[in-house]
Design a protein around this ligand. Structure first.
Ligand code: CU
Length: 123
């Protein structure tokens, strides 16, 4: 019941949470997924990630060799280049459960055709 908390109570609760240095998430709920992905010639590591439907999800991608890219219209990921040596962050919210295969979007050499990130969205 939201109305049972007055504003100062809410502010105190937020201050306590911030002071404790923990995420602003309800007890028992997991924080929104944030996943580190290592990108290199010619693979994503991990090559498969599993995330829940309807949760904002952040991917932090770092390339250590080559220039790569991901994109998925179905997942709401715009064309996102991943240059060598930069941390690239993309946040999206999957709308529908399923398995999505994201091939590398930038030609990166001999292994380009086999370079894929698989995103499994669970209900
Ligand atoms: Cu690539």
């Amino acid at each position: 019941m939201r109305k049972s908390l007055n504003l100062s109570g809410i502010i105190l609760a937020i201050a306590a949470v911030l002071a404790a240095g923990v995420a602003l998430a309800p007890a028992g709920a997991s924080a929104h997924p944030s996943i580190d992905i290592a990108v290199a010639n010619w693979k994503f590591t991990p090559s498969t990630i599993t995330i829940p439907v309807g949760e904002p999800t952040t991917l932090r991608m770092t390339s250590t060799s080559g220039v790569h890219g991901i994109k998925s219209d179905e997942l709401g990921i715009p064309m996102t280049p991943i240059p060598n040596g930069k941390v690239v962050i993309v946040t999206f919210t999957p709308k529908k459960a399923g398995t999505y295969v994201l091939p590398c979007q930038i030609f990166c050499g001999a292994g380009h055709a086999d370079m894929k990130l698989t995103v499994v969205v669970t209900p």
